[in-house]
Design a protein around this ligand. Sequence first.
Ligand code: SIN
Length: 538
Amino acid sequence: MTDRSRRPFIVGTGIAGLYVALRVRELGLKPVLLTKARLEESNTRYAQGGIAAAIGADDSPRLHLEDTLRAGGDLVDRTAAKILTEEAPLRIADLVRYGVPFDTIEGQIQLGREAAHSRSRILHAGGDATGLSIEETIRQRVLDLGVEVRERCVLRALRPLAAGVIEATVSNAEGGETETLDAAPVVLASGGAGSLFRQSSNPPVATGDGMAIAFRAGALLTDMEFVQFHPTTFCREGAPRFLITEALRGEGAVLLNEAGERFMPDVHPDAELAPRDVVARAIVAEIERSGAPCVYLDATRVPRDRLYARFPSVSRFLAAFGLDLARDRIPVAPAAHYTVGGVATDHEARTSIPGLYAVGEVACTGVHGANRLGSNSLLEGLVFGEHAARQLVHPAPGGPAMPARRLVLAWPPGSGWAGSDDDLQAIKDGLWEFVGIVRSAAGLQEAIGLLERIGRRSEPSDPSKPPSDVANAALTGWLIAEAALARTESRGAHFRQDWPRPRAVWNRHLGLLAAAAVRRDRTKGRRRSRPAAPKPRR
Ligand code: SIN
């Protein structure tokens, strides 16, 4: 029986949070939607390329599944990917019903091509304003249904209570006054950690705080080492790393080095449409070879009218810098884009803590394996958002399986000083330098040392006090670095210079658990599966 008086708290207002709120409301509950910024601010609105779904006459969910499995480097959870690809057309039909204005041609939805997709299956809206169009439509629907929204309300801590309810501590955006909300189920839809890297395509809100908060509360995290770097973001001193969508390469744009030569055909048979990690590393190699800060995207062979119609946001952005897609080579370089790992969930968005759910980029269902196929992320928010909504209405026990490999990690207690802007910048610099596109044991250890030093300063000395933004940033960055150090191989988005190939022993997921939470569980006599002995560091 559903208790309709329970009001689930949904944290985050990207596609995942908005969609869960919308569906939960439609199914009869009254959710409360919390966001640390304004309702409309999230990573979703910057998503350009689109949303993948096998709706074309030459396509099928099976082909979409095969492409998703191939992109994910043998680590994709097959069931999750099957759910994603089979339910994609249903969720697209929902979006059409809600009024998302997908671009059409002669009454048919237009489908674009992106890297590593074997078919044209990328739906877009407003040309390259897909995320924005979807977000605006769902947001309006959420408001029309009277969902309670609390803006500038920052989640600070979660405390699991009995009976599948969670106590959530929140504060205002300045970190002042804290408040403990009524205990309820909580859905983390708080997004990824891309903006913790100095170069990032993400907006500043993408700081991975949901991951840090869930870890402290004792939730299992998985696959944190896999951070996807987008190959082509705008690269000019002082300008933001604006995304220059992969769909441009899907339309025929090519990459040129400093000498004006194409280099991707020598790197991969699919050239500019090779998997993202391959293109990103090839660009880094060109940049290192030439000493130039960037390479160039050349779309001048794509018809001018097509460029302006299909890429209005990119065209507008470039015009502000005096550049024209139809005439100029665009300076581009890679930047952090998507956090593949996160709070471990099963296929129903249940985490390892009863009553705590996670959806979208903050979550890790295993659907992306070691590398996400482009345009599967908006889709993930919808498909697993639907599963989360149904669970909230009809909860059932469950949760993610414990991965074969796990690390039990002790994050140092701090001195309770909140940390400074300089600390935040040091975290971003350290992650970019040492936990970026090309990693090594020495660099990762350097990053871990730096993040622990910042953690020791900024983590609360009294565990009942809520952590600051800096403490959360340091902890999430540290979890990424620890996982990257442990995975002694290269696979998908994770590349280790000192272990440059995949290794069969690592054909498995890596779980991360807080030592304090494991101790708490033991004391309660509710033993989790035995934690692995900490691995010796190389
Ligand atoms: C892009 O438009 O290139 C990014 C799309 C995505 O990350 O899914």
